[in-house]
Design a protein around this ligand. Structure first.
Ligand SMILES: N[C@@H](CCC(=O)N[C@@H](CS)C(=O)NCC(=O)O)C(=O)O
Length: 201
């Protein structure tokens, strides 16, 4: 065992991104599933790790890393010896950062919240999040028109960060028939050797 622990909820999309990437990197870890219904993530023990009381949190020895994007960057920097998942070229890094920001912006407010309202019972305007999801999917489908992955021919942590919530939004009812490039991108990611399935809903 590596000494890495991941705190998660079973249905957490942000935590799925980390389980997926740990699998790709071939890193063994201990998964600690918290129960959101009993507010375990607001317990003194957990808030000492993440004062925001949110999963995912990754503990690696003495290091505690909160936030899915921060964890992806950390894991890529520390454990991807080939440096392919978080390329070092300045322009490619800027491109990765753009997509990480989108995952915490356009994706959070579109596909993530759409699925949250429909499946988790989060408050919000379903019609508005539907429109935001379609707006984002239109952008993403066009971007993927001449690319296999978000950066081009090779997968990166941008793909890991952006895959989960669009996939969950489709599982929640968003129709992908107008978005063939996204469907092909999903299929490419899902056929990866170390793919970890997104939460069932
Ligand atoms: N920016 C954070 C957001 C984390 C987040 O929203 N986590 C959700 C589960 S996916 C959570 O812990 N929600 C419980 C809460 O906010 O109280 C990330 O990307 O990891």
């Amino acid at each position: 065992m590596s000494g890495i622990t991941l705190y998660s909820f079973s249905l957490s999309g942000n935590s799925h991104k980390i389980r997926h990437f740990l699998s790709i990197l071939g890193i063994e870890y201990e998964l600690k599933l918290l129960d959101p219904h009993t507010q375990e993530h607001k317990s003194d023990h957990f808030v000492a790790l993440n004062p925001l009381g949110q999963v995912p949190v990754l503990v690696d020895g003495d290091a505690v890393i909160c936030d899915s994007n921060a964890i992806l960057v950390y894991l890529a920097e520390k454990y991807d010896e080939d440096k392919t998942w978080y390329p070092q070229d300045a322009l490619l890094r800027a491109e990765v950062q753009k997509f990480l920001s989108m995952s915490a912006g356009e994706v959070l407010n579109g596909p993530n919240l759409y699925r949250g309202i429909k499946v988790i019972g989060k408050p919000g305007d379903l019609e508005q999040t539907y429109d935001k999801t379609i707006h984002f999917f239109t952008y993403l489908d066009k971007h993927l028109n001449d690319r296999d992955y978000l950066l081009g021919t090779k997968p990166s942590i941008a793909d890991i960060a952006l895959y989960t919530y669009p996939k969950l939004a489709v599982k929640s009812g968003i129709n992908l028939s107008d978005f063939g490039n996204i469907a092909n991108w999903f299929a490419r990611i899902e056929s990866g050797l170390h793919y970890v399935s997104a939460p069932e809903k």
